[in-house]
Design a protein around this ligand. Structure first.
Ligand SMILES: Cc1cc2nc3c(=O)[nH]c(=O)nc-3n(C[C@H](O)[C@H](O)[C@H](O)COP(=O)(O)OP(=O)(O)OC[C@H]3O[C@@H](n4cnc5c(N)ncnc54)[C@H](O)[C@@H]3O)c2cc1C
Ligand SMILES: *[C@@H]1O[C@H](CO)[C@@H](O)[C@H](O)[C@H]1NC(C)=O
Ligand SMILES: *[C@@H]1O[C@H](CO)[C@@H](O)[C@H](O)[C@H]1NC(C)=O
Ligand SMILES: *[C@@H]1O[C@H](CO)[C@@H](O)[C@H](O)[C@H]1NC(C)=O
Length: 581
């Protein structure tokens, strides 16, 4: 694959702007012949690698049905997991135990959205999608200030993992800060009918702080009530700057721009500032944020890009990765990352549009007709993009030093960072202190970065050592906390200690609401407890362990367990050319 061809593919994609697309497949797959179901996440990451069998699944559509599902599970001593119709979480939080368990899907519990324009709130069924919530709010003249950037998530699912956008203003960027009430279904004694609804609001702080971010471990959320504000517009400009001093500027920038974030591309020495704040509701402008990464891609483009990336990986072509990163970046710059001044094109900054049209996006989710012309670029039905996503949450005092360390590592060889810059570089966002036990106790920085994941778990990746060193720097040197909805297992090691008292309070509440551990599984325990599993050959390649011996890497392919280059305590799998070993 030559770079001009790649470039062409991107242009091709921009020109044809497909309107037909195929929405993602439902996450629960059943084979009626074999009488057997499995669940996967939206990336299909669990399918072949370590499938997640589902002994039984129900689709309640009302609170009564949800209640009776939990009651029958209690009667039959079944374990329960709840999943949305989207299943967009990376860790296996929604996998039920392989036997004696019930999966509750909220895919059909998604029809009620009630806006209260007197109290400025919206109350929704757990499975309602984010897009429907923000659209309904706006139709009533209200806005939800915070949202994750991806609209393909349910309300209960997104708050359960602490999902967020970016802001240090008001209640901040995390959506669970806007929750004012919830209804949670928990197991109960026989004389209470085996299950009951617990009503939760700020008057019962223990429940309120525990349940808002609870990864489905306390019970099944039935309804969520969010507080809203009078409708407003957003005013967005992307500014391209050198990355020389951004670590000294962001605190000030967050004060000036309510929804500020930074996309940092280390290999390009570039920091893209999102200058983004409110505009009055009557400001002119009907812009849309149709983020380029969440647009439907022609199947062919996704496959070609994956094919190219794979070829560069296999030939260890760092320069090629850098060319790819430069191409992707110039395409994004040209397209303003997908911002449009109207429904169709970008014609210049600032882009001003309604909050619901700017705060979150995901046009690849929607189809106008069932036509497999285009889909989300990571859709597992095609051999499209496949990547890891590491998301680390830092306290203010640690974040700057983390950035300086990453810069040191970058300066040793900037090209080593092209692999993350092919995706979105390091996306830096801001969330405010929260009283949720599994939320952040102080104002925090969140960093996301994506990188290539091989089709085969045993295949080492180009610059694997660099991503591992950054990952270990974040989570161990600087004590960052993992986003509950993303990351590889290694990010969760030691997580109980990082949350100290908060975790004790959460565990105590779980004992009260779910004394028999109905909502726990081996999978979710691995995340919540940060449990380390036995070290197998090659375990470090997929982030299942930190290597301590070469066999945890891939000696056969020339990858050995070595110390970090900047963070010496890190243990990473590094490729040594044959002359070196
Ligand atoms: C492309 C993409 C972009 C993303 N962007 C962002 C972002 O900008 N910011 C961010 O913070 N995150 C982001 N995420 C992560 C995403 O917001 C979370 O993974 C979210 O939890 C997914 O919601 P879901 O509805 O798919 O839930 P699921 O994956 O189905 O479930 C998530 C968790 O919620 C629990 N749960 C779901 N429904 C219920 C219920 N009714 N009762 C009890 N528990 C329940 C599940 O058991 C599980 O523990 C992104 C993910 C993707 C794939
Ligand atoms: C369903 O199960 C049957 C029997 O095990 C198997 O032959 C068939 O290939 C399966 N179908 C799919 C689509 O996996
Ligand atoms: C949009 O923001 C810019 C600063 O980034 C400001 O100069 C401009 O006045 C704003 N426009 C509106 C309508 O708020
Ligand atoms: C918006 O409304 C304010 C006050 O209601 C008014 O002063 C202003 O002129 C209006 N702006 C526009 C662009 O209509």
């Amino acid at each position: 694959m030559t770079y001009p061809l790649l470039h062409l593919l991107f242009l091709f994609h921009r020109l044809i702007s497909p309107t037909l697309s195929l929405p993602p497949a439902p996450p629960v797959h059943c084979n009626s012949t074999a009488n057997h179901c499995t669940i996967s996440n939206a990336y299909g990451a669990w399918n072949d690698r370590s499938p997640c069998p589902v002994p039984s699944v129900v689709y309640p559509s009302t609170e009564e049905e949800l209640l009776s599902a939990v009651a029958s599970a209690q009667r039959l001593s079944l374990k329960v997991k709840v999943v949305s119709g989207y299943s967009h979480t990376i860790p296996k939080l929604v996998c039920p135990p392989p036997t004696g368990s019930l999966l509750i899907s909220t895919a059909k519990y998604s029809s009620r959205v009630a806006v209260d324009s007197v109290r400025n709130t919206v109350t929704v069924d757990a499975g309602v999608g984010l897009r429907d919530v923000v659209d309904a709010a706006e139709a009533a003249g209200l806005s939800l200030p915070a949202a994750p950037y991806w609209e393909g998530v349910s309300i209960a699912g997104l708050i359960s993992t602490g999902s967020h956008g970016s802001s240090w203003w008001g209640k901040g960027g995390a959506v669970h800060e806007y929750v004012v009430a919830m209804r949670l279904v928990v197991p109960a004694a026989a004389d209470e009918g085996f299950a009951k609804v617990v009503e939760i609001d700020g008057n019962a702080p223990e429940l309120f702080n525990g349940a808002r971010v609870s990864m489905g471990l306390l019970g099944a959320i039935s309804k969520v009530t969010l507080s809203l504000e009078p409708a407003f517009k957003r005013n967005v400009t992307y500014e391209y700057r050198s990355d020389d001093e951004f670590q000294d500027e962001f605190t000030e920038m967050t004060k000036q721009h309510e929804f500020f974030d930074i996309d940092w591309y280390p290999s390009q020495r570039l920091a893209v500032y999102r200058l983004d704040g409110r505009a009055p509701a009557n400001a002119s402008g009907d812009g849309v944020n149709d983020f380029i990464g969440f647009q439907a891609n022609p199947t062919l483009t996704s496959m070609a890009v994956r094919f190219a990336e794979k070829a560069l990986e296999e030939s260890k072509n760092v320069k090629g990765k850098c060319a790819m990163a430069a191409t992707v970046l110039s395409a994004k710059k040209l397209a303003a990352n997908g911002l449009k001044n109207d429904d169709f094109i970008f014609s210049g900054y600032p882009v001003i549009g309604r909050q619901s049209k700017i705060q979150t996006s995901g046009s690849c989710l929607h189809s106008s007709q069932s036509n497999p012309l285009a889909m989300c670029s990571w859709d597992p039905r095609i051999k499209g993009l496949f990547f890891y996503e590491t998301t680390a949450i830092f306290t203010a005092s640690n974040f700057k030093n983390f950035v300086l360390d990453v810069k040191k590592l970058r300066d040793l060889n900037p090209q080593n960072f092209c692999g993350v810059d092919v995706y979105n570089g390091f996306l830096i966002r801001f969330i405010k202190a929260s009283s949720a036990y599994l939320g952040q106790a102080e104002d925090s920085f969140v960093v996301d970065f994506n990188y290539y994941r091989a089709d085969e778990p045993s295949t080492p990746r180009l610059n694997q050592d660099v991503w591992e060193e950054v990952e270990q720097m974040a989570f161990f040197k600087y004590g960052a906390r993992p986003h509950w909805g993303k990351n590889r297992k290694v990010a969760f090691f030691g997580v109980q200690e990082k949350y100290h008292d908060q975790m004790n309070k959460f565990n105590a509440l779980k004992k009260k609401l779910d004394p028999m551990g109905m909502f726990s599984s081996e999978w979710s325990d691995e995340i919540l407890l940060g449990r380390k599993v036995g070290k197998k050959d090659g375990c470090a390649l997929e982030g299942e362990c930190i290597c301590s011996e070469d066999r945890h890497c891939s000696p056969r392919n020339g990858y050995f367990c070595k110390s970090g280059l900047v963070y010496r305590e890190a243990k990473v799998c590094r490729f040594l050319s044959s002359s070196a070993f």
